[in-house]
Design a protein around this ligand. Structure first.
Ligand code: GLC
Length: 663
């Protein structure tokens, strides 16, 4: 049962797609106060657990911290951070009272979950213009399912997007890409995609290709495709200010960029230097921006990643003026009243500043609105622009699309990656914990930069992280310029990397099948143990094991130098390790606690009692998988219903997509 409450005049975010009558009166389970903006307060009993918030810091149980929905380009995902790239305003309280809350509000929103007071959850924001949805259900899992029914079907990528992808910020020339392709193919490490970061563009201009490095781009796309490798270019939010650049000129001519209050063009510096932001909240401008993707699609491109769309701002001319003033004041009188810190802070605060987000406007279907009031919708609508354009360009075909910034609703148009993490062991665990929370909010196609984006990866870290990445729909190794080379073939003992990626491909038919079943029934592809074993008070506590699909549990190793880990089994399961020689180690383990040994070059998983999963023979790319001849691992005399389609088109409802396999 879902109750919808309306406060003030909400902005239509279009997160919810099912029309619903608004309820009268006050919501149950908490009190609403409209005195200073909006506040929803409810009590937390001892032992209550709070789930949700999608891409957010800390644990699967969100209790005990304060989180702020405020899409932010912040590459330092340290524990104290309150905001990351996405805004996913859905929480579920489980315990004495069990209910879900979705606050459909596109600006800054605070979730104080037992932080100020241990026994209180407070959700608050500045303006009381929002929709509040209160969702009742017996269990958190049932609440998620109801919520997912009202926000629409999750994005479905093409099947090749379940292959492995290599990425790095710094590939410039054809030779760079050829080296990566050759590195994988000659070492027989499977791969389906190489991602193109900003250097493929001409001077970081969206929808251009550097002519000198790629004189015949379609021929190069084909050269890669002939090796069964798809090139996936990045698209950034900011459009470079440059006379003669078509996208810039069209945008100016038609008034498609965000403007200052006085109607002049708003300038923000990002990678290309000065840019304008396409006004993706203006339906006409959104359509225009989406149509630009055709430039690359016409050259053979089948997927994209949308970046810098919080939108990230390095600085604005106005901000620089102010910072310069503060620095000058310090220099003029270093020992005087103007402290060093004022100058320093003014420079540090140049990026992503609140003031800048208050300085530009969107021309929405319902009039003009200041950016900060709808800040959390920018990335969502940039990706929607692309998703809607794909429908117009080729409505039968699936395109790969994922974004950095997002809001609930965007899950219908694309996935997300988890942004600029670091080569830290703690980030493997952060990655793991975000997965079920994202699934609750509809973001099924997701994954982190395997090996870590910032800082130098070590061989063991990459192997362990990839062994988790085997199970995330997006499996991509990505790293920042200036960090240690991180492609699998750069490390010693390449066969270990080959083995881990091969396991991904062996499991791909299962992972794809489970993803599709989840997407098509508004379900979760990855769940916390608590959702599967709600009666097991111990399972509820487990935050470093996950259920993937219906049949398997995963328990990755995320500690350096560990030769295994402790694992909790809520029921008897078959412990399976994919050994480097291609065989399986199998052992039935009873319910309870176990220490399981897992070497760096092994991939572990646990098959739930009475189930089995299909395994294909390894292949070097997704299309080469032979799904007609698969074996079944797990328990004998069981059935598995496999979903399989051509992976390209959208014939999802065809009953022939399902077939039963027997062990
Ligand atoms: C941002 C992205 C990162 C990318 C870089 C350069 O930091 O998050 O993935 O490599 O920009 O485009």
């Amino acid at each position: 049962m879902i109750h919808k409450y309306v406060y003030g005049t909400p902005f239509e975010t279009e997160a919810v797609v099912v029309p619903m009558e608004a309820a009268s009166g006050a919501p149950a389970y908490g009190t609403v106060c409209l005195e200073h903006g909006f506040t929803f307060t409810c009590s937390l009993a001892e032992g209550d657990v709070v789930y949700g918030l999608g891409e957010a810091n800390r644990g699967i149980n969100k209790r005990g911290y304060c989180y702020i929905s405020n899409c932010t380009d912040d590459p330092e995902h340290t524990e104290e951070k309150r905001s990351l790239y996405g805004a996913h305003n859905f929480v579920i309280l489980s315990g004495e009272h069990t209910f879900g809350i979705f606050v459909d509000y596109p600006s800054r929103l605070t979730f104080d979950i037992g932080y100020t007071r241990m026994d209180t959850m407070t959700i608050s924001c500045e303006n009381a213009d929002l929709y509040l949805y209160v969702i009742e259900g017996e269990t958190p899992y049932k609440i998620v399912k109801q919520f997912r029914k009202i926000i629409g079907r999750s994005y479905i990528p093409p099947k090749f997007a379940f292959g492995f992808g290599q990425s790095r910020w710094g590939y410039r020339t054809k030779e760079d890409y050829r080296e990566v392709a050759e590195g994988y193919r000659s070492n027989h490490i499977p791969m389906d995609m190489i991602y193109m970061d900003i250097d493929y563009m001409q001077d970081y201009k969206d929808f251009t290709v550097n002519e000198e490095n790629f004189p015949d781009f379609p021929a190069f796309v084909k050269e890669m495709k002939d090796q069964n490798i798809r090139l996936i270019p990045i698209i950034d939010a900011g459009v470079k200010v440059e006379e003669g650049y078509k996208v810039y000129e069209e945008g100016i001519k038609n008034g498609y960029f965000c403007k200052r209050e006085d109607g002049s063009e708003f300038v923000a510096a990002v990678w290309p230097g000065d840019t304008h932001f396409p006004d993706v909240l203006n339906p006409e401008a959104r359509k225009w921006f989406g149509d630009q993707y055709k430039f690359l699609i016409d050259q053979g491109i089948e997927g994209f990643w949308n970046d810098m769309n919080e939108p990230a701002i390095f600085y604005t001319p106005e901000g620089v003026q102010e910072a310069a003033k503060a620095v000058k004041a310090f220099l003029a009188d270093p020992n005087g009243d103007v402290p060093f810190f004022e100058g320093k802070d003014a420079v540090l605060e140049l990026s992503n500043s609140k003031k800048d987000y208050e300085a530009f406007y969107h021309q929405t279907g319902k009039g003009r609105i200041r950016h900060d009031k709808v800040h959390n919708l920018f990335g969502c609508n940039m990706t929607r622009a692309a998703g809607e354009a794909f429908e117009r360009i080729d409505s039968d075909k699936r395109f790969l699309m994922f974004s950095r910034s997002s809001y609930i609703g965007m899950h219908r148009y694309g996935g997300i990656w988890m942004g600029d993490n670091r080569s830290w062991w703690s980030h493997i665990l952060l990655n793991l914990k975000m997965l079920p929370s994202l699934n609750m909010c509809g973001f099924l196609y997701t994954g982190a930069d395997l090996g870590g984006f910032g800082a130098d990866a070590t061989r063991d870290l990459l192997l362990r992280w990839m062994a988790l990445g085997v199970f995330t729909p997006l499996m991509r190794n990505h790293s920042a310029m200036g960090t240690r080379d991180q492609e699998c073939f750069r490390f010693e003992g390449v066969e270990d990397f080959r083995h881990i990626v091969e396991v991904r491909y062996r499991l791909l038919p299962y992972l794809y099948s489970e993803y599709m079943k989840a997407a098509l029934s508004d379900d979760m592809y990855i769940r916390p143990l608590a959702f599967v074993y709600p009666e097991d008070t111990h399972a509820v506590q487990v935050e470093d094991q996950l259920i993937v699909g219906n049949e398997i549990m995963i328990a990755p190793v995320y500690t350096q130098n560990a030769d295994g880990r402790y694992v909790y089994l809520p029921e008897e399961m078959k412990f399976v390790k994919f050994l480097p020689n291609g065989t399986l180690y199998e052992e039935v383990l009873p319910a309870g606690h176990h220490y399981v040994k897992i070497a760096l070059n092994e991939v572990p998983l646990f098959i739930r009692r009475g189930t089995c999963i299909p395994l294909a023979a390894p292949a070097e790319y997704a299309d080469a998988l032979d799904t007609a001849h698969m074996t079944l691992a797990g328990y004998p005399d069981c059935e598995y219903v496999l979903y399989e389609d051509d992976g390209i088109h959208k014939d999802y409802e065809n009953p022939s997509n399902y077939r039963t396999l027997r062990s």
